[in-house]
Design a protein around this ligand. Sequence first.
Ligand SMILES: [Ca+2]
Ligand SMILES: [Ca+2]
Ligand SMILES: [Ca+2]
Length: 366
Amino acid sequence: MIHSGALQPAPLVAALAALPVAALLLAACGGGATPADAGDPIERDAGQTPADAGRPITLPDAGPTADAGAPRLGPPYPIVLCHGFFGFDDFAGAGFLDYFYDVRATLAADGEAQVFTPEVDPFNDSATRGEELIAHVEAILQMTGHERVNLIGHSQGGLDARYVASVRPDLVASVTTYATPHRGSPVADVVLGILEDSRLRALADALVRLIGAPIWDAAGEETSVVRALEQLSSPGADAFNAAYPDAPSVAYYSLTGRTDLSGGGAACDATASPSFIARYARELDPVDPLLDLSEQIVDGGLGSSDPNDGLVRVRDARWGRFLGCVPADHLDEVGQLLGDRPGFGNEFDYRQLFVDLVRFLRSEGY
Ligand SMILES: [Ca+2]
Ligand SMILES: [Ca+2]
Ligand SMILES: [Ca+2]
């Protein structure tokens, strides 16, 4: 936690901004599930162990996988869920692996045995996290024998996924980003002092509560949380997009949430939005109290209404083929906290969304 006495004025601002951003980052790809039918185990050196619910995957030592024992299986490809900014470690005892709350078990019940939830640095930029993710993906491919994976990233996890696809397109069949701030988040801009806002202090406090981590250490120096925030700022997003262009061979999809009882309007318009998303068109979501302040900043203030999920604006979340909006705040999107209902009167079912999304990817040939 931040010790207010150690904070400098600028760092404090940064701390505030970091709160909403942290929620955004929630979605870095987490891969960890061990397929039940992985087949003959491949001999691997005991190296790093990707997080997995009780059944760890052992990463190969490092070597390239392009040659010996090259993966060869086609679709349906393994699913890799990429988590965002932080890991909910402090939320009611929920472990990091529950970022996508109960999603892997839900998908398993639908016949999807190869769903992974790898863990990457909860607070860092997407180039760093993306490199970690590449190592996980290589291990997953070696274990499953497939030639590629489908990456589904929530929040910053979507940027991590894009990094992997840009740098190693040979490993990726599709990238689906969910509430990912491709064009940055006003929350990060506010925290880093790029935008002025009188609510900074309260925002910073809220951010620290949300991410459960200090933005500045006791000496008043920045932590890696700041690197993540810088990436999520408007200029940081521009630089990332320029550095890591989409791979022509990879399919890109996106979807996002809308909250604060907004119907989304034109911002959510999606050409031929699939029925599994369009079915929620009439549902409205009340924003989680944890995101109330950041929602006010993101949507432009009183009298304005820029559709968003409490941390990410809809217009910033569009990438590739936009599938539409679901009635959910940034936490509801992945079933947080702890699988709670999204809000009074809202029939959005995030578990069903993941089931339908994976079925959709299968129907698309991935
Ligand atoms: Ca609003
Ligand atoms: Ca919720
Ligand atoms: Ca909600």
